[in-house]
Ligand binder design. Structure first.
Ligand code: CP3
Length: 392
């Protein structure tokens, strides 16, 4: 056990005995234990054995090690995925056919046994159901055929009804739950409104985000009405995923950090908060994870969204990130995906460093962004092996 201000493991038998003695003596804080720098922190609750480790960790229950999963843990770095791509060259087909979605989602599960199994899909998958056709073109990435840039374009955008447009997502999540049982948590995900808007306004991936910024800074009301449609739609999509088997849902706001803080407060934060508020009303126990790459300048603002977990990229030191986020929220991340190109000793060192800095409560071990194409599969195997051998 450790606290945010002293990321030192206290789970030696002696320290547990010492801490129980402290806690029984502490009259004013009966359920508190004292950490190495003398601050009192809440003692962890006892974990449920029938729930996946990841859920217990997010809830701040006492766990023996941090749960581990990796963003983009299914995909092109895996030989089995590459072989499947030869047979099914269309990304849309791979991500919209129930059998393929289940098979791909389970590829890393079968080899590495992560503590989280993320649905194989894309943040853009809901777009056709909102009347926005797209494709993912090899070598180019996402392509939106008719970008949305005017009030008339926004008026054509339909709100999303997941059970009508993406029934395969619900079916796949249900099957995944049956497959992994409580040995891992099944994870769903959605794109955040600003990040989705950036794709549909820019027409695909972008370097300088000039088109969405032109819209934001010259006709903000048009962008706001688009963001509101994505907000309502993604709140419904999260609920749909939870109702069909997702046990935690990650919200990807990958491009929000292209905004300066004052613009983030106008074009991203209120919509994230609306999504969280709406989901918490009907699904109060569903953990929500927020990932925004490059969020170092925005960290203090992120807990106000109401999410349960913030996923850190690698530009923030884990100990500093913890301090800046406050002690209520769980953290995920933040190992540089480039570390997986290093030696096995280096990978081990970085895992231990991150885990030590995160402390022994409310941490999900992960990378600071997705696994990069070309990452040696054996290094990913090493990452999971080391991670699963950790004991607080
Ligand atoms: O993490 C997982 O294993 C789940 C699968 C997943 C994919 N996309 C599959 C995918 C997840 C969680 C995503 C999210 C996603 N998609 C994000 C947010 C995360 C991030 O990277 O910041 C974004 C921005 C997208 C949009 C997107 N989809 C891009 C930019 C690309 C091209 C990327 C590239 O490297 O070519 C995609 C395509 C895509 N989605 C791939 C995968 C595995 C690669 C293409 C392929 O496999 O054929």
């Amino acid at each position: 056990m450790s606290c945010i201000s002293c990321p030192i493991s206290l789970y030696s038998p002696a320290s547990v005995a010492r801490n129980s003695a402290i806690s029984s003596r502490s009259k004013s804080k009966p359920f508190a234990i004292r950490c190495a720098v003398g601050e009192y922190i809440e003692a962890p609750k006892v974990a449920s054995v029938t729930e996946p480790l990841l859920l217990n960790a997010v809830r701040g229950e006492k766990v023996e090690r941090p749960p581990v999963w990796l963003m983009r843990q299914a995909g092109r770095y895996m030989k089995s995925y590459q072989l499947l791509c030869e047979k099914y060259p269309s990304f849309r087909e791979r991500s919209e056919n129930v059998d393929l979605v289940v098979e791909i989602s389970l590829q890393p599960w079968k080899v590495f046994r992560p503590d989280g199994v993320i649905l194989f899909s894309d943040i853009l998958t809901p777009l056709p159901g909102m009347n926005i056709p797209f494709d993912i073109v090899k070598g180019k990435g996402p392509v939106i055929y008719s970008p949305i840039r005017t009030a008339d374009d926004v008026a054509q955008v339909r709100e999303f009804v997941p059970e009508e447009s993406v029934p395969y997502v619900g079916e796949a999540l249900t099957i995944l739950r049956e497959e992994v049982k409580s040995d891992a948590a099944v994870l769903g995900f959605v794109g955040a409104p600003f990040t989705l808007a950036s794709y549909v306004v820019e027409g695909g991936s972008s370097k300088h985000f000039t088109k969405i910024k032109r819209l934001a800074f010259s006709q903000p009301q048009v962008l706001h009405s688009l963001l509101q449609k994505f907000t309502n739609s993604m709140a419904e999509y999260i609920k749909y995923q939870a109702d069909n088997g997702a046990q935690a849902v990650q919200i990807f706001d990958s491009w929000a950090t292209e905004l300066s803080p004052v613009d983030f407060e106008e074009f991203s934060l209120p919509y994230l908060k609306q999504i969280v508020d709406s989901v918490k009303k009907t699904h109060p126990d569903l953990p929500l994870i927020l990932y925004a790459s490059g969020s170092g300048g925005l960290l203090e603002r992120l807990p106000s969204t109401g999410v349960d977990v913030v996923s850190l990229d690698w530009t923030v030191d884990m100990a500093e990130g913890r301090r800046r986020l406050g002690s209520d929220i769980a953290v995920q991340g933040n190992v540089d995906p480039g570390v997986l190109f290093g030696s096995t000793e280096f990978i081990t060192e970085r895992i231990n460093d991150t885990v030590r800095k995160a402390g022994s409560s409310k941490h999900i071990l992960n990378l600071g962004h997705g696994i990069v194409v070309g990452t040696p599969e054996e290094n990913v195997a090493h990452f999971f092996e080391v991670a699963k051998g950790i004991r607080y």
